[in-house]
Unconditional design. Sequence first.
Length: 114
Amino acid sequence: MAGVRCGRAGTSIRRSMTSEPDDRRPRRTREDYARGLPGYHDPTAGFGGAAPARSALTLRAVLAGFGLVFCAVAAALMIMSGLTALGAALAVLAVVALVDLGWVLHRKRRGEPG
């Protein structure tokens, strides 16, 4: 087992547990996100000559906004009419749409195309 040691013992474990930046991969710039990350949304990117997938973030933001408004209004109407279980389910869907809208807007603000 003497030949197994190389350098300081536990270096890789300590590096992953600290907040030191990983020197092996360069930090992404705003231009990288504006150009789009190749294969970011497609696990099969590069197989068979397929082009890297791009996300339609604006469409996704519009659909999430519509889902948020529709589910929130429908939940309020269902709860006021006495259908509490259906209203609660619609409220949960409204929260999911809100989280999705927030994440999409974060990605657009970061500079990703779409």
